[in-house]
Structures are given as C-alpha cells and as structure tokens.
Write a protein that binds this ligand. Sequence first.
Ligand code: HEC
Length: 180
Amino acid sequence: MSTPALRVGRRNIVGTAGLALFSFTMLISLACSSPPEANTPVPTERPIVTEPVARSGQDIFASICSACHGLQGQGQPDWHIPKEDGTLPAPPLNGDGHTWHHGDGFLYRVVREGGKFQEDPDLLPNFKSAMPAFGAQLSHEEIVAVISYIKEWWGGKTGRGLNIVEAQAIKSSNDPFPDG
Ligand code: HEC
C-alpha cells in the first residue's frame, strides 16, 4: 500500500534519521575540538593578528616616524626635489606619494635596513637615501604593524583607475612580508 500519506511518512523517517546523524556528527566534532570540562561556546571567528605586538603601529608611527613623515603621513614639502646633499625629503606615506607602488617586502626592507639598500651607483648614480634603518629598534612584528598602519591610509584610485589597496595587494602578492 503506497498511499501519499505513507510516502510522506517514509520521507519524514529518512529526514529524521539524517538529522539525527548530522546532530551526532556535530556532537562528536564538538566533543573532539574542546576539552570535556570546557562548557563555553566554541568561538566562530579567529582574530586576524595572532601574535602579540609590543607597540601598536599607530604608537610607533606617532613616536618615531612622524618626526619626518608627519603625523598624518603627509611627508615633507617638495619631497621629490633632491636637497643639496643629494638626499630627498621624507615622502608622504599616506597614499598621495608613490609608496603604495611598492610591495610589502620592499616596504619592510626600507624600514628594517633603511633606504641605503636602494643606493646603487650603477642603477641610480646620484641617489642617496636619508631614511634611517630601524631594524635594531623595532621587532619583526612592530615593522609589520607600522606598515599595516600606514596602509590603512590608502583607499583612493590610481591614475589607471585601480583601487590603491588592490594595486598594492597585487604588487605584494609577488613581494610579501618575509617570515618573522
Ligand atoms: C630622519 C627622518 C625619517 C624618519 C624618522 C623616518 N623616515 Fe621614512 N623616509 C625618510 C626619507 C628621507 C625617505 C625617502 C628616502 C629615500 O629616498 O630613500 C623615507 C622613506 C620611507 C619609505 C619609503 C617610501 C617610498 O615610497 O619609497 C617608507 C615606507 C618609510 N620611509 C617608512 C618609515 C617608517 C615606518 C618610519 C618610522 C619607523 C620612518 N619612515 C621614519 C625619512 C625618515
């Protein structure tokens, strides 16, 4: 006898069995992922930063970098005109200049090693950098934090209509932050 009512009933049985199996699986996975005594809900979101940062990027920028780059990262006037000693004034880091053209690895090296690593008489004969090295003062996490803080200022469009954040992310995919 296969009346419609029975078919529905059968489907319900299958559905109930499926639900029971699903709940059982969930119970097992919950039991495995948390110690039995922990009765707190399982967190669903992970924090983005997993390692402790001694000082925040904002603190580091305000106390060290702003002396030359300005509190809002606006840079010094005429930043692209070399001074008498051949060095450039501090450029804007806030998205007005060209800093977002660089990948994370380059930005990291500039902060850790200073601008000197770019001095190459063959490539840039007259270039001298006045950007100091901060590798002795700042930890790996702090360098990443201060660069991440600078990157929070970027959001506008480049000349080619690309979003600055997207353009820099593309660049950084080939030149990421180094491992700590
Ligand atoms: C004594 C002044 C001074 C201080 C302090 C300073 N900078 Fe600089 N910075 C410069 C100058 C000058 C340049 C441009 C140098 C060059 O041409 O290589 C520069 C360049 C940079 C660049 C590369 C910009 C680009 O587009 O190529 C970054 C990134 C940067 N600084 C970040 C920082 C951060 C982060 C700090 C703080 C931890 C900092 N700077 C502190 C003077 C300074």
